[in-house]
Design a binder for this molecule. Sequence first.
Ligand code: GRF
Length: 195
Amino acid sequence: MSKNIVILISGGGSNMAAIVRAARQQDWAGRHGIRVAAVLSNRQDAAGLAFAREQGIATEVLDHKTYPSREAFDAALAQAIVAHDPALVVLAGFMRILTPAFVERFAGRLLNIHPSLLPAFTGLDTHQRAIDAGCRFAGCTVHEVTAELDVGPILDQAVVPVLPGDTAQALAVRVLTQEHVIYPRAVLAHLLRNQ
Ligand code: GRF
């Protein structure tokens, strides 16, 4: 049975890189037969694509702007993903809302990371909203993707303090460091649990 991971990115791809590094350092391939088979992006300029290529991972860009509808884009994206026979599809800063049909197709093998302690602060601008709300703690959540945005079974979380005088940017850096810890861990745990 396949233990391929397909990772979807739209930007810097630091979470994708953290997963790729963990896979290499912990020898996921040798120990578990798990490998990152492909990195797909909806943006040609996603910085993470260069890292993936350097690592010898297959990459592909599907520009959502060239498709007539969200459904058409998601159908093409699903086809590109399926070509890599994935056991797990990992959203890592993939800034597209997915159609119910797409989510349904990959149900149970679609993960996301969100930069808040869900169920608090779904959606965008999570760090500023946590600061504005006076939260003493913030964090990040790995969850299974279901039809509703940023909802779905929670698989792992990490907590960081909100410090006096924090800016959204400073808090984002502190949270991102923890994202890089919990996402590889959650990906491996999910694959081992479902093998
Ligand atoms: C992360 O904060 C992630 O939680 C959010 O988008 C950001 C992506 O960062 N969904 P990167 O592309 O993984 O560096």
